[in-house]
Each structure stands twice: as structure tokens, then as C-alpha cells.
Design a protein around this ligand. Sequence first.
Ligand SMILES: [Zn+2]
Length: 61
Amino acid sequence: MDMSYTFKCKDLGYDCSFEYEARERKDLMPRVKIHFKYAHNVFEMAPELEKKIDGAIKEKA
Ligand SMILES: [Zn+2]
């Protein structure tokens, strides 16, 4: 069975259609960080935000 991991900005309350899906959970965060840099002007991600993002990542079967 193939699993993947998804993150949606909307799940954090952003008015933003960004979503990203990856096979490996560890591949999500670097991509999400790049998105936050360019779309949300977050150049240094605070640990609290990183935690929130991590908590919003969903597993998909
Ligand atoms: Zn976004």
C-alpha cells in the first residue's frame, strides 16, 4: 500500500491554495518552508510555526 503525506496552507487558516504532497514526510517541510518564504514572507521559520505545520500534515493512504 502506498502512503503519502499532504500539507494544505488552508488547514492553518491561510487564505492560500497551496498544497503539497510527498511520499516521505521528511520531504514536505523543506518544500513548505520555500513556499512560506515566497508566499508568506516567512524568512526565518519560528519553531512554533514549524510545529503547527508539522501538526497539519496529513497521511493519505
Ligand atoms: Zn500558503
